[in-house]
Design a protein. Structure first.
Length: 263
């Protein structure tokens, strides 16, 4: 066994959605640091290009921005068409882009529910479907491509906040990922889920600003997640080390789901 190459992702072609901030930026940073060629996409073009330039400067891998609004099917088609002009295959697709909405059930807006479910669930299917020709182009039983869907521990538990569409979409994503894993694994494409807990991101900023100490107090590891935690898990699932992992949901939450600190 060649232990040196077990977690090697050098020169792999990677697409990270929502890659210009939060968990997506952490993941993109990890792959670039490991020598991968990383494409990031987000709705904010200025931020997307800025982050790509910064990560490419850090190296040793590359980072290229292709801004896109993933709420729209036409934008997904444009994104994949542009990626296909640049690359003849895709090794890793990380579906990270997502939205949230927190409001009491009595006033929870129908359009907000639809927007969250569309981005967090439906468009992940749309993008994965559109990327299949690239994902299968060089895939084999010995060297599979990897789809990693970023779910949430709120797709496993009932969250304390009134984020009904978010928890429903993430629970649906977890199950859809298992379904996809069973159907496209034979094509050389593995599908797995990472269910993060608390990480320093824009989506979690308000919650962490108010409840940081309370959240940490309930975790056995007594800290929130770091870039190494999320990027390392993605690299494992994309490398030789993860070639036999398919249809799994990996919680990266410091033990939040199983915590007994509040009992």
């Amino acid at each position: 066994m060649d232990y040196k190459s077990l977690f090697d992702v050098k020169d792999k072609v990677v697409l990270v959605t929502g890659g210009s901030r939060g968990i997506g930026e952490m993941i993109a940073t990890g792959f670039v640091a490991a020598g991968s060629k990383v494409y990031i996409t987000s709705r904010s073009a200025d931020v997307c290009y800025k982050v790509a330039k910064e990560l490419s400067t850090q190296g040793p891998g590359q980072c290229i921005a292709i801004p896109a609004d993933l709420q729209k099917k036409s934008e997904i088609e444009r994104l994949v068409a542009e990626l296909s002009q640049k690359e003849d295959h895709l090794d890793v697709l990380i579906n990270n882009a997502g939205a949230n909405w927190n409001e009491p059930i009595e006033t929870y807006p129908d359009d907000a529910f639809e927007k969250v479910v569309n981005l967090n669930l439906k468009r992940i299917f749309t993008l994965t479907q559109a990327c299949l020709p690239l994902l299968t182009a060089k895939a084999s039983r010995e060297n599979t491509s990897s789809v990693i869907n970023i779910g949430s521990i709120d797709g496993i538990r009932a969250p304390p906040q009134e984020t009904y569409a978010y928890s429903a979409s993430k629970g649906g994503l977890h199950h859809m990922s298992r379904h996809m894993a069973g159907k496209i694994g034979y094509k050389g494409v593995r599908v797995n889920v990472i269910a993060p807990g608390a990480f320093q991101s824009k989506m979690m900023k308000a919650t962490l600003d108010k409840f940081h100490d309370q959240i940490v107090s309930k975790l056995a590891v007594k800290r929130i997640g770091s870039m190494e935690d999320i990027a390392g898990t993605c690299i494992y699932l994309s490398s030789r080390a993860g070639q036999y992992t398919n249809g799994a949901t990996v919680t990266v939450d410091g033990g939040a789901v199983v915590s007994t600190a509040n009992l």
